[in-house]
Ligand binder design. Structure first.
Ligand code: N01
Length: 540
């Protein structure tokens, strides 16, 4: 692991490179590994002080993954997947960060990573990209790969008086390395998404008083987390590739241990529907959404699952008024489903208070606390669990300019437009890893990352073998792809609520359903495009 605050001695190549990679999370680390194997000169720029991406920043209390740990890891190296040992069914943030560090050490990746350096701009100056950093440095590279993550631009809502607050203010997505001491403190949490739902039960144990400001109640299902059973691990490790292959055939690229049911709710009796929901609730985790084949396609099927969760909330929360406020009304699963340990029961604690801001919002933040509907809530510390400008935020805050100086901001004014979520017309040799228009956030991210990195590495190798210097998406192929992504989403209930999938959490953001549903057909399409000599791309 890297000593914090130091810059590794590197075998830094000259400022003219084959490839620049932005980000040293799981995407950047593997892209670096593949680029090296191709013999390319490469540098990774990373804004953080070390590797890990989302798991470096999101170190709030209770942070853990909602994809099972036996699946949330790389599969490109059999020895790596055999030797690493996870301790729990759902891994904690510190354990996942240790894994990222292990990978960086094992493959000697750090020597090509420049930490504490943010890329602020990149301009295509044919045939090279000129990449600028916040340290005033400029390098040029033939290829530019954005491994910047989908949830890496913290959403800090503008609330009147925020700067006046006398105590410390935290954001779950940029949590300090030194754990804040909340003992004896009155702590406020704004937001009730996944980050809040994981951290609230722990903050409630640490703080004297915890006040939760809720704009929209969210559905969450119990994780049923537990130490990993050694026999279960041994069975998977006996043929890890087969387990990976089964998972990659799932719509979300995970969960073959309990696949999504293919039977629509209407073909089941009421007792069978109830039994399916109960079994999945007991199993724990995101599997709940797989209870019916049409849970995210049919309103009636969805209503039944939603009502099942509301019943569980009424069963857990003693105060009926609080239970009512915690009960969501929207489609279940159309905002990302949350996975928790003890969330609803936390509201039975005498030191936890729920404040409904759905109608009034927050009036203002004062030096002493938060005012809602004229009532003051006095606080010593404030936690923003307000999420991210998802999928596009991190890319658009970098000044990326393609052919003829056209900015990415301009190209995406009406929402992100990509071909395969990998490439943007007018931006030659720019690759996005898990970009909008790819399955990304609707899948096991590490599986999607590996698929993208493999595709990009193969593409770069192909260009070299065929004496081509550039690849660029054709505008017509891109338009057809954007239409396809929208059409797939429109067949489901997904676009119907105000989720970050459609950008609804960011005022003024164009409403577009950004990820593509369905991992297996997507992989098939990417493979077909490559097999046809990069169909839909211009290679010169
Ligand atoms: O963010 P969110 P998150 N005033 O956007 C509220 C992944 N993740 O960091 O719903 C008041 O989900 C907002 O309210 P509303 C996962 O993909 C995974 O929790 O917009 N409130 C909402 O309640 C997840 O989906 C894991 O009305 C405001 C909350 O803040 C994604 O990251 C763990 C507000 C934001 O919820 C993001 O999760 C954590 C305002 N101005 C995260 N603005 C796991 O693997 C926003 N809110 C388990």
């Amino acid at each position: 692991m890297r000593e914090s605050g130091t810059v590794e001695e590197t075998s830094r190549p000259a400022a003219r490179l084959d490839i620049v990679i932005v980000g040293a999370g799981f995407a950047g680390l593997y892209m670096l590994h593949r680029a090296r194997a191709l013999g390319l000169s490469v540098r990774v720029f990373e804004a953080a002080g070390d590797v890990g991406g989302t798991w470096y920043w999101n170190r709030y209390p209770g942070a853990r993954c909602d994809v099972e740990s036996m699946e949330y890891s790389y599969q490109f190296d059999e020895a790596l997947q055999q030797e690493w040992r996870w301790s729990e069914r759902f891994a904690t943030q510190p354990e996942i960060l240790r894994y990222a560090n292990h990978v960086a050490d094992r493959f000697d990746l750090r020597k090509d990573i420049q930490f504490d350096t943010r890329v602020v701009g990149a301009t295509y100056d044919e045939p090279m990209w000129r990449v600028r950093t916040d340290k005033g440095e400029e390098v040029s590279a033939q290829f530019l790969v954005m491994a910047t993550g989908c949830l890496s631009c913290a959403n800090r809502p503008e609330i009147k008086g925020l700067d006046s607050f006398a105590g410390p203010v935290y954001h779950t997505g940029e949590w300090p390395h030194e754990e804040p001491d909340f003992a004896g403190k009155r702590v406020g949490v704004i937001g009730t998404g996944s980050s809040a739902i994981q951290s609230i039960p722990i903050l409630a144990e640490r703080a004297r008083m915890l006040t939760v400001f809720q704009r929209t109640a969210n559905y969450t299902v119990p994780a049923k987390n537990a130490p990993l059973d050694p026999d279960f691990v041994a069975r998977i490790k006996a043929d890890y590739p087969a387990f990976r292959a089964r998972n990659s055939l799932q719509i979300n690229a995970f969960g073959s241990n309990l696949p999504r049911s293919s039977i629509p709710a209407r073909e089941l009796s009421p007792a069978e529907r109830r039994a399916a929901l109960e079994a999945r609730w007991e199993y724990g985790g995101l599997f709940f959404l797989g209870a019916f084949g049409d849970l995210l396609l049919d309103q009636a099927a969805n209503d039944e699952a939603a009502e099942f969760v509301r019943e569980r909330i009424r069963g857990s929360v003693k105060d009926p008024g609080v239970a009512r406020l915690l009960s969501p009304g929207q489609i279940i699963g159309c905002k990302r489903l949350c996975v928790d340990t003890g969330y609803y029961a936390t509201f039975n604690r005498p030191n936890v208070r729920l404040v409904d801001i759905s109608a009034s919002g927050i009036d203002e933040i004062t030096p002493q606390g938060v005012r809602v509907n004229g009532a003051s809530h006095e606080l010593d510390a404030l936690v923003f669990a307000t999420g991210f400008d998802a999928m596009t935020g991190t890319l658009l805050r970098i000044d990326i300019r393609g052919r003829d100086g056209k900015t990415l901001q301009d190209a995406w004014r009406a929402g992100p437009r990509t071909y395969l979520g990998l490439s943007v017309a007018g931006f030659p040799n720019l690759f996005l890893i898990t970009g909008p228009g790819s399955p990304s956030v609707l899948t096991n991210m590490i599986v999607s990352i590996e698929q993208h990195v493999n595709w990009i590495a193969d593409c770069i190798a192909y260009l070299g073998q065929h004496g081509r210097a550039t690849i660029e998406a054709q505008p017509a192929a891109q338009e057809a792809w954007v239409e396809h992504v929208g059409a797939v989403a429109d067949r489901t209930l997904y676009p119907m609520c105000n989720s970050w999938y459609v950008g609804a959490n960011i005022p003024g953001k164009t409403r577009v359903f950004m990820p593509l549903l369905g991992f297996p057909p997507y992989v098939e399409k990417c493979d077909e495009v490559a097999a046809k000599g990069y169909e839909g791309f211009e290679c010169r």
